[in-house]
Write a protein that binds this ligand. Structure first.
Ligand code: CO
Length: 136
């Protein structure tokens, strides 16, 4: 058993239909400001990161119809999409899942937003929650 491969909650990702409306709502309700905004073409998403202490709320919206987030919104509607856990070494954490016979979405770590290295773990493996391993 591995100890403490997860070092921090990196972000909690929430899928929304209208990114600007969600950003405006967080600003009005909580005074939250956007620390980073990025369009990730490869994933077909645009994200806005709102800083909360050392973590982020990541508001996520699809940029095209075949994006996984578009499919998620169509089937489940808006809401919690995934949890991003910060790790020291994405490859090591991913291997730990594979060693347990777990199902992963990314077989190898790949580039994420903000210059991070990431890998997704299949929710069927992790009690119904899509997990993103994030190495800064
Ligand atoms: Co994420």
């Amino acid at each position: 058993m591995n100890d403490a491969l997860l070092t921090e909650i990196d972000h909690v990702a929430i899928a929304v239909h209208d990114l600007d409306a969600a950003v405006a709502w967080y600003a009005e309700a909580f005074g939250a400001t956007v620390a980073h905004r990025e369009r990730v073409e490869r994933d077909g998403v645009e994200e806005a990161l709102l800083e909360v202490a050392d973590s982020y709320v990541q508001l996520l919206t699809p940029t095209r119809d075949d994006s996984p987030v578009a499919k998620y919104l169509a089937s489940k509607g808006e809401g919690l999409h995934h949890v991003g856990y910060r790790v020291e070494d994405c490859a090591v954490a991913l291997q730990s899942i594979k060693d347990m016979g777990g199902r992963v979405i990314d077989e190898v770590p790949r580039p994420g937003s903000r210059g991070t290295t990431v890998a997704f773990v299949h929710p069927k493996t992790s009690f119904g929650t899509l997990i993103e391993l994030v190495e800064e």
